[in-house]
Design a protein. Structure first.
Ligand code: SF4
Ligand SMILES: [Zn+2]
Ligand SMILES: [Zn+2]
Length: 308
């Protein structure tokens, strides 16, 4: 098997691209794919500071590595979710990555913020699935850190597999408002929001794992314990089987949706946003989703004390 680019011995085969690459050419291919995604989708300009949300996993660290290599000014943001050994291991990987490269990393441990609530505590108090609470908390703290740090752009490491699984879920349930918002670039709908971008939306999980390995990135391999049994994984499994029989299906599903399907949904009306009375971040009602959830935890705790 020969490298498609230089004809040296290939070490990676990408059936979805009908190509194989040697190590330097794969690194080049991966970085160029990300660079083109940023340029084509107008994600951010050379002079814009980018806040990169890192989880300690392969995708977000690979993304940070590429952005630094491409010369962008970046800062990492790690959210300590308080999920036991998984959180400790992932924080250590994120910190080690930043320290080794001399990059700035902001660490926000949720249980040490003013509300003092990690994900397990919120999930237990509200009896919500942990991932639902986690999504609300992540969105809030990412938005807030970008706003307070004056970052015009917030980048996350969602890859092609994430995007394809999300699309499948949204289509299966005809989630029109979500389909309207499923784009690699979300333009801010309020001055306190940053532009949210997903520069890895064209690169697969396999490609980011290969990139991280070839670049010597030490990432947390274990998945979050709450991800087991998640619907996303069922969708990913189905898509992987499809990909196995028909290489390139995942990429075509996402790219064709973005070019032909998504514009048909994009006119779904946006809710009017005001500022949350409690935290000042954008909200559809008096309180933002995060503050409503924190208030619910407070109410549940008060009820538990009253009944004890
Ligand atoms: S699996 Fe769920 S709880 Fe774990 S990090 Fe992801 S969204 Fe959060
Ligand atoms: Zn090569
Ligand atoms: Zn709020």
């Amino acid at each position: 098997m020969k490298c498609k680019r230089c004809t040296d011995k290939a070490i990676v085969q990408l059936r979805s691209h009908n190509a194989a690459f040697c190590k330097p050419c794969f690194v080049f291919f991966f970085q160029r794919t990300v660079e083109r995604a940023i340029a084509r989708e107008h994600m951010f300009a050379r002079d814009e500071r980018v806040l990169v949300a890192v989880s300690g996993g392969k995708d977000s660290l690979a993304l940070w590595d590429v952005l630094v290599d491409l010369g962008y000014e970046t800062e990492g943001l790690y959210l300590g979710l308080g999920i036991g050994a998984y959180s400790s291991a992932s924080e250590q990987k994120a910190r080690a990555f930043a320290e080794k490269r001399g990059l700035p990393l902001q660490v926000v441990p949720l249980d040490e913020t003013e509300d003092g609530l990690g994900i397990p505590a919120v999930a237990a108090a509200t009896r919500r699935p942990p991932c639902s609470a986690c999504g609300t908390f992540k969105r809030h703290h990412f938005d807030r850190a970008a706003f307070e740090g004056g970052f015009p752009v917030l980048a996350t490491g969602h890859n092609l597999d994430d995007e394809a699984a999300r699309l499948l879920g949204n289509v299966l349930h005809w989630q029109v408002p979500y389909l309207a918002k499923q784009q690699p670039v979300l333009v801010p709908t309020h001055p306190r929001f940053a532009r949210k971008v997903r520069p890895l939306f064209r690169t697969s999980e396999l490609e980011s794992a290969t990139y991280a390995f070839l670049r010597g990135i030490d990432y947390v391999v274990e998945e979050c314990p709450n991800s087991h049994g998640a619907t996303q994984l069922v969708y990913k499994d189905i898509l992987n089987r499809l990909e196995h029989s028909m290489p390139g299906s995942k990429l075509a599903f996402v790219i064709d949706f973005l070019s032909r399907g998504q514009p048909l949904f994009a006119s779904a009306p946006e809710a009017d946003l005001r500022e949350c009375e409690r935290c000042g971040m954008p909200a559809t009602g008096d309180l933002c989703g995060y503050c409503r959830l924190v208030a619910e935890v407070g109410r549940r705790h008060a009820q538990a004390v009253a009944h004890s």
